[in-house]
Design a protein around this ligand. Structure first.
Ligand SMILES: [Cu+2]
Length: 149
Protein backbone atom coordinates (compact mmCIF):
# COMPACT_ATOMS: atom_id res chain seq x y z
CA UNK A 1 0.00 0.00 0.00
CA UNK A 2 2.67 2.47 0.98
CA UNK A 3 4.74 1.39 -2.00
CA UNK A 4 1.80 2.07 -4.26
CA UNK A 5 1.42 5.60 -2.91
CA UNK A 6 5.13 6.15 -3.41
CA UNK A 7 5.00 4.88 -6.98
CA UNK A 8 2.06 7.10 -7.82
CA UNK A 9 3.78 10.17 -6.39
CA UNK A 10 6.97 9.41 -8.29
CA UNK A 11 5.06 9.06 -11.53
CA UNK A 12 3.26 12.33 -10.88
CA UNK A 13 6.56 14.10 -10.17
CA UNK A 14 8.14 12.66 -13.29
CA UNK A 15 5.18 13.81 -15.37
CA UNK A 16 5.42 17.27 -13.90
CA UNK A 17 9.16 17.55 -14.61
CA UNK A 18 8.61 16.32 -18.16
CA UNK A 19 5.84 18.85 -18.75
CA UNK A 20 7.99 21.66 -17.38
CA UNK A 21 10.93 20.69 -19.60
CA UNK A 22 8.68 20.46 -22.64
CA UNK A 23 7.08 23.84 -21.94
CA UNK A 24 10.53 25.35 -21.60
CA UNK A 25 11.72 23.92 -24.92
CA UNK A 26 8.64 25.07 -26.82
CA UNK A 27 9.34 28.80 -26.77
CA UNK A 28 8.61 28.81 -30.49
CA UNK A 29 5.09 28.55 -31.83
CA UNK A 30 3.80 28.47 -35.38
CA UNK A 31 0.40 29.84 -36.27
CA UNK A 32 -1.72 31.00 -39.23
CA UNK A 33 -0.01 28.49 -41.50
CA UNK A 34 -1.33 28.18 -45.04
CA UNK A 35 -0.28 26.73 -48.34
CA UNK A 36 -1.21 28.05 -51.74
CA UNK A 37 -3.36 25.80 -53.88
CA UNK A 38 -0.99 24.90 -56.75
CA UNK A 39 -1.74 26.98 -59.80
CA UNK A 40 -2.67 25.58 -63.20
CA UNK A 41 -2.24 21.94 -62.24
CA UNK A 42 1.40 22.43 -61.28
CA UNK A 43 2.93 20.34 -58.50
CA UNK A 44 5.02 23.11 -56.93
CA UNK A 45 3.71 25.51 -54.34
CA UNK A 46 4.60 27.74 -51.40
CA UNK A 47 3.71 27.56 -47.71
CA UNK A 48 3.54 30.43 -45.25
CA UNK A 49 3.13 30.93 -41.50
CA UNK A 50 3.86 33.20 -38.58
CA UNK A 51 6.68 31.83 -36.43
CA UNK A 52 6.81 33.36 -32.98
CA UNK A 53 9.66 33.13 -30.45
CA UNK A 54 8.74 33.99 -26.87
CA UNK A 55 12.15 32.90 -25.61
CA UNK A 56 15.20 35.06 -24.88
CA UNK A 57 17.37 33.13 -27.38
CA UNK A 58 17.23 33.79 -31.12
CA UNK A 59 16.15 30.73 -33.13
CA UNK A 60 16.61 29.76 -36.74
CA UNK A 61 14.50 27.55 -38.95
CA UNK A 62 16.96 25.18 -40.64
CA UNK A 63 14.56 22.81 -42.40
CA UNK A 64 10.91 22.16 -43.14
CA UNK A 65 8.97 19.08 -44.14
CA UNK A 66 5.45 18.16 -45.12
CA UNK A 67 3.24 15.12 -45.65
CA UNK A 68 2.58 16.16 -49.26
CA UNK A 69 6.17 16.61 -50.43
CA UNK A 70 9.54 14.90 -50.02
CA UNK A 71 11.39 17.89 -51.44
CA UNK A 72 10.92 20.94 -49.26
CA UNK A 73 13.18 24.00 -49.38
CA UNK A 74 13.47 27.23 -47.42
CA UNK A 75 13.26 30.14 -49.85
CA UNK A 76 13.52 33.88 -49.88
CA UNK A 77 11.88 36.08 -52.48
CA UNK A 78 13.55 39.39 -53.14
CA UNK A 79 12.90 42.40 -55.28
CA UNK A 80 16.07 42.92 -57.27
CA UNK A 81 15.94 45.98 -59.48
CA UNK A 82 12.19 45.70 -59.90
CA UNK A 83 12.35 41.98 -60.64
CA UNK A 84 11.12 39.42 -58.14
CA UNK A 85 13.45 36.47 -57.82
CA UNK A 86 13.62 33.69 -55.29
CA UNK A 87 16.46 31.56 -54.07
CA UNK A 88 17.01 28.85 -51.45
CA UNK A 89 18.36 29.92 -48.06
CA UNK A 90 20.09 27.75 -45.44
CA UNK A 91 18.17 29.24 -42.53
CA UNK A 92 15.53 31.75 -41.57
CA UNK A 93 16.07 33.68 -38.35
CA UNK A 94 13.39 34.17 -35.72
CA UNK A 95 14.54 36.91 -33.31
CA UNK A 96 14.35 36.49 -29.53
CA UNK A 97 11.00 37.74 -28.21
CA UNK A 98 9.98 38.41 -31.77
CA UNK A 99 8.52 36.78 -34.85
CA UNK A 100 9.22 35.90 -38.43
CA UNK A 101 6.41 36.15 -40.92
CA UNK A 102 6.67 33.76 -43.85
CA UNK A 103 4.64 35.41 -46.58
CA UNK A 104 4.45 35.83 -50.35
CA UNK A 105 7.19 38.16 -51.59
CA UNK A 106 9.43 37.29 -48.64
CA UNK A 107 10.61 34.19 -46.78
CA UNK A 108 8.57 31.07 -47.53
CA UNK A 109 8.65 27.30 -47.64
CA UNK A 110 8.73 25.76 -51.11
CA UNK A 111 7.14 22.38 -51.71
CA UNK A 112 8.27 20.50 -54.83
CA UNK A 113 6.79 17.38 -56.46
CA UNK A 114 3.57 17.68 -54.46
CA UNK A 115 2.35 14.10 -54.11
CA UNK A 116 -1.40 14.66 -54.25
CA UNK A 117 -3.88 17.19 -55.52
CA UNK A 118 -4.70 19.67 -52.80
CA UNK A 119 -7.62 22.06 -52.95
CA UNK A 120 -8.87 25.16 -51.17
CA UNK A 121 -10.05 24.34 -47.64
CA UNK A 122 -8.01 21.17 -47.16
CA UNK A 123 -5.30 20.87 -44.52
CA UNK A 124 -1.78 19.55 -44.81
CA UNK A 125 0.88 19.04 -42.18
CA UNK A 126 3.92 21.30 -42.03
CA UNK A 127 6.90 20.75 -39.74
CA UNK A 128 9.65 23.23 -38.98
CA UNK A 129 13.04 22.13 -37.63
CA UNK A 130 15.03 24.64 -35.62
CA UNK A 131 18.78 25.06 -35.06
CA UNK A 132 18.50 23.63 -31.53
CA UNK A 133 17.06 20.40 -32.97
CA UNK A 134 13.50 21.09 -31.84
CA UNK A 135 10.58 20.61 -34.22
CA UNK A 136 7.20 22.26 -34.41
CA UNK A 137 4.42 20.70 -36.48
CA UNK A 138 1.38 22.64 -37.53
CA UNK A 139 -1.59 22.25 -39.85
CA UNK A 140 -1.54 24.46 -42.90
CA UNK A 141 -4.78 25.42 -44.58
CA UNK A 142 -4.87 25.18 -48.36
CA UNK A 143 -5.91 28.51 -49.89
CA UNK A 144 -6.53 29.71 -53.40
CA UNK A 145 -4.41 32.85 -53.78
CA UNK A 146 -2.68 34.95 -56.40
CA UNK A 147 1.10 35.16 -56.65
CA UNK A 148 1.49 38.21 -54.43
CA UNK A 149 -1.40 37.78 -52.03
CU1 LIG B 1 10.18 29.68 -53.53
Amino acid sequence: MSFRVFATRTAATAAFVLTAAFAHAQSVTVHDAWVREPMGGRNVTGAFAVVENTGATPKSIVAASSDISDKVELHEMKNEGGKMSMSPVKKMDVPAKGKLELKPGSFHVMLFDVKKKIADGEKISLTFTFDDGSKVTTEAQVRKAGMMQ
